[in-house]
Ligand binder design. Sequence first.
Ligand code: DQA
Length: 138
Amino acid sequence: MKKLIIINGPNLNLLGTREPEIYGSLSFTEFLEKIKEKYPNADLDYYQSNVEGELVNKLHEVGFTYDGIILNAAAYTHTSVAIGDAINAIKTPVVEVHISNTFSREEFRHTSYVSPNARGVILGFGLQSYELAIQSFL
Ligand code: DQA
């Protein structure tokens, strides 16, 4: 049994209602129920915060005991040196995910402080990006 956590950053609590043409119309809670059933070999936790420091705290908290972290740092991906440093400071590997293909969007989304320190990056497959990350750990 692999102990994994999905960590979602700012505004991702609004999935399902936020810009559905980009992010889809399924809420994350609905999606989470489905994937928990689909991957019984994953002991899957979930955390979401809109606050940068809380995301750093969570990375520290899980980063020495969990088998894998699936991180969608959302807008902080493009701005947060602190989240990039936190990934370097912990032991648990991080897979960076994005729902949208950030490279087909605005220029400011083409930079990531997460990618250089991540084991891998999965983006552009909608919510399936999270599933592919889970599969990579299993
Ligand atoms: C996102 C892409 C980011 O650029 C954006 O700020 C988000 C969501 C994604 O999953 O596609 O909030 O991380």
